[in-house]
Design a protein. Structure first.
Length: 447
C-alpha cells in the first residue's frame, strides 16, 4: 500500500481521475439547466444555518395525550413506556355508540383499520411537530402518496411532479395513475422558467421533494407553493430527507406533507410506516377515509417502534448531519471522486437556498459519482463491508450506501437517469451516527 496526497491506496482501489477546477459535470452527463456551480474549492460555513426549533425536541419526547390511553381511565397510573395495543376490534356499549364511533364522533376506537391507540399517539405528536391540524398514519411512505392521489385526483386531473424523485413515486403517477386517465408532467423544480410556466398552467396536484432523491437538489418550496396555488392546485411535499427538524413545508405554503417514517424518524430499519399531514380538515378527513377504504392503515407495532425512534430523532440527526457534512467535504477533495452532491457544500447549485430554507443542518444524505465499472464498484462495496453495508434504503443509525441505478431509480429509463446525472457510478450515502473521523477515514481509505 502506498500513500498519495495523504490518501491510502491499494492495487484494488479506483484510479484517480483528473478533476476540473470548476467541479463541472463530466461531458457524459447532461446537467440540469439551472446548475451553474460556483467555485468548488470554497467550503460552506454551517454556522450560517438557523438552528432548528428546540421545542420540537421536547415535544417529540413529551408524554402522549390522555385520549390515546388504552386503559380508558385515569384511575390507574400511566406506565412510563408506551404500551402496544394489539387489539383489532373494540367492544361497543350500544348500537348508537358504534354508529357515533364509526362516524368519527368522539375518540372511541372501533376497528384497527380506522385507528388504534398507537396510531393516534403517533399521529397527534407528528401533527404538532409539522405545524399541522391533523396527521394520518399509513402503512408505508408509498401508501401516504397513494392515499393523497386517490383522495385528490379523478379522471382528467393534471399532475406535475419533480423530474428527480424516488423512483416509485415517479412510477405511481407516470404509469399507475396514467391508467386512471390522470395526466402527469415532470419538471425541473429548480428552474425559474419551469416554475413560471407552472404559474400559468392548470394543475390539480404538484409533488416535489424537500431534498431530491438521490442528488439532493433543493426546490424553493414557498415559490412553488405560490405557483401551484395560482394554477389552482395543491402542493404535496415529500419531506423524508429533511424531517420536521430541518424543514416544515406546511409553514412555507405547502398544502400537504408526506414522509416515509420508516427512514430517519424510525431510524432503526425495523418498521414500515408513512404519514400525511396538513391544515385543511376536510382534505385530511377525505384522506383518512381513503386509508380506511383501501386498506392502507398502519399496524400497532410499527407505530410503537416509530414513536420510540421519534423520541431520539434530534440526537441522531445532529450526529448524522455532522457526519454527512464531514464526509461530503472529504469526498469533494478526493481525486477519484468526480462529483459530490450535498447542499452543505458551497459549490452546490442551491446552497444559498438550502441555507435559507433548512434549519440545523443540511441533511444526512449525500451522493457522489465515481468513474467506475461494475467490477470496480463491487470492489468498493466489498471494501466498505462489514461496517458499512449496501442497503437499498436509508435513515438507519448505521451508515449505509445504495446504488440508485439498480435500486431506487431502476424503474426510470436509462436516458432519463443520464439526463438527471444518475449514472452507474452514482452512489448514495445515508450517514449514521458513527464517530465522524472514523467514518470519513473508512470511506477515504476504501475508494
Amino acid at each position: 500500500m502506498t500513500e498519495k496526497d495523504g490518501v491510502p491506496k491499494d492495487s484494488n482501489a479506483l484510479s484517480p481521475q483528473p478533476r476540473t477546477p470548476s467541479h463541472a459535470e463530466p461531458s457524459s452527463v447532461v446537467p440540469h439547466p439551472s446548475e451553474t456551480p460556483p467555485d468548488s474549492t470554497a467550503l460552506a460555513d454551517s454556522s450560517c444555518l438557523r438552528p432548528w426549533d428546540f421545542s420540537l425536541e421536547y415535544q417529540a419526547i413529551a408524554s402522549p395525550s390522555s385520549s390515546a390511553n388504552p386503559y380508558g381511565s385515569t384511575k390507574f397510573p400511566r406506565p412510563q413506556a408506551e404500551s402496544i395495543s394489539v387489539a383489532s376490534v373494540w367492544q361497543m356499549e350500544s348500537t348508537q355508540a358504534a354508529d357515533e364511533a364509526l362516524a368519527g364522533e368522539g375518540d372511541a376506537f372501533v376497528y384497527r383499520r380506522d385507528g388504534h391507540p398507537n396510531e393516534r399517539t403517533l399521529a397527534e405528536k407528528l401533527a404538532l411537530l409539522h405545524a399541522a391540524t391533523k396527521a394520518v398514519i399509513t402503512a408505508q411512505g408509498m401508501s401516504a402518496i397513494g392515499a393523497v392521489a386517490l383522495a385528490t385526483l379523478s379522471p382528467g386531473s393534471q399532475v406535475w411532479i419533480g423530474d428527480e424523485l424516488y423512483g416509485k413515486s415517479s412510477k405511481l403517477f407516470s404509469a399507475e395513475m396514467n391508467r386512471w386517465n390522470v395526466s402527469t408532467r415532470s419538471f425541473d423544480v429548480t428552474s425559474k422558467q419551469a416554475i413560471a410556466e407552472l404559474r400559468s398552467s392548470r394543475v390539480d396536484l404538484v409533488l416535489i421533494e424537500t431534498l431530491s432523491n438521490p442528488r439532493l437538489r433543493v426546490p424553493d418550496v414557498a415559490n412553488i407553493a405560490e405557483a401551484t396555488h395560482l394554477a389552482g392546485g395543491q402542493l404535496l411535499v415529500d419531506n423524508t430527507f429533511a424531517t420536521h427538524l430541518l424543514c416544515q413545508p406546511l409553514t412555507l405554503g405547502a398544502d400537504l406533507v408526506i414522509e416515509s417514517l420508516s427512514k430517519q424518524v424510525n431510524g432503526h430499519s425495523d418498521s414500515m410506516l408513512g404519514m400525511v399531514a396538513g391544515k385543511n380538515a376536510t382534505n385530511l378527513k377525505r384522506i383518512q377515509d381513503v386509508v380506511s377504504t383501501f386498506g392502507l392503515a398502519s399496524s400497532p407495532l410499527d407505530c410503537y417502534l416509530t414513536h420510540r425512534g421519534l423520541m431520539s430523532l434530534a440526537v441522531r440527526m445532529e450526529r448524522a448531519c455532522k457526519n454527512a457534512m464531514a464526509l461530503a467535504t472529504a469526498l469533494n477533495q478526493h481525486p477519484a471522486v468526480e462529483t459530490v452532491d450535498y447542499p452543505g457544500l458551497a459549490h452546490h447549485p442551491q446552497h444559498r437556498l438550502a441555507t435559507e430554507q433548512l434549519r440545523g443542518g443540511y441533511g444526512w444524505m449525500l451522493s457522489f459519482r465515481l468513474n467506475a465499472n461494475q467490477q470496480q464498484l463491487q470492489q468498493l462495496l466489498d471494501r466498505l463491508k462489514p461496517e458499512i453495508q449496501f442497503v437499498p434504503s436509508l435513515g438507519d443509525v448505521c451508515t449505509t450506501i445504495s446504488h440508485p441505478a439498480s435500486t431506487s431509480h431502476r424503474s426510470i429509463s436509462t436516458a432519463m437517469r443520464d439526463q438527471l446525472g444518475i449514472g452507474p457510478g452514482t452512489i448514495r450515502v445515508s450517514c449514521g451516527i458513527e464517530p465522524t473521523e472514523w467514518l470519513v477515514k473508512r470511506f477515504v481509505e476504501s475508494i
